[in-house]
Write a protein that binds this ligand. Structure first.
Ligand code: FES
Ligand code: FES
Length: 162
């Protein structure tokens, strides 16, 4: 038994038939083809499946797809614009924050959420904000440094704006 749902994913309308027990992570990966949304623990413990759901950072493995009907979803793949890396993606790359890359989409979403919450997050705030995202390659320090770098750049841009 399946039911129809409608989503806006990374700015594009999409419609799916989903099962009652289906989770958003599986709809995004298997039906929308967004393999950047990783599935790891499946229990909300690793942050690999982090996405924005109507502006809130959530673990997509905990969200029933039916419950997301009518929502706007943003994934790490939607952060870049017109083929250009988003500033946070660029900083991850500049600082070699990515090892195997498995946790990276989730780190991007958690990092972006932090940067929206705090204009100039402290190292402690960043570490706290990333606490729900597990990196098996232990690349935390570089992720933290990249987020701080982007916070500085965004602050400089804001100051320079007329
Ligand atoms: S797969 Fe969703 S939090 Fe781990
Ligand atoms: S870069 Fe490999 S799990 Fe984080």
């Amino acid at each position: 038994m399946s039911v129809p749902i409608q989503l806006v994913i990374d700015g594009k309308q999409a419609a799916f038939e989903v099962g009652y027990a289906e989770r958003l992570v599986d709809t995004l990966r298997e039906k929308a083809g967004l393999l950047g949304v990783k599935r790891d623990c499946g229990r909300g413990e690793c942050g690999a499946c982090s996405v924005f759901l109507d502006g809130r950072l959530v673990s997509a493995c905990l969200v029933p797809s039916i419950q997301a009907d009518g929502s706007e979803i943003w994934t790490a793949e939607g952060l870049s614009r017109e083929g250009r890396l988003a500033d946070l993606q660029a900083a991850f790359s500049e600082l070699d924050a990515v090892s195997c890359g498995h946790c990276t989409p989730g780190m991007l979403m958690a990092g972006e959420a932090l940067l929206r919450q705090y204009r100039r997050p402290t190292t402690e705030q960043i570490r706290h904000g990333l606490a729900g995202n597990r990196c098996r390659c232990a690349g935390y320090d570089r992720y933290v440094a990249a987020i701080r770098k982007v916070a500085r750049r965004r602050a400089a841009r804001r100051t320079a704006e007329p």
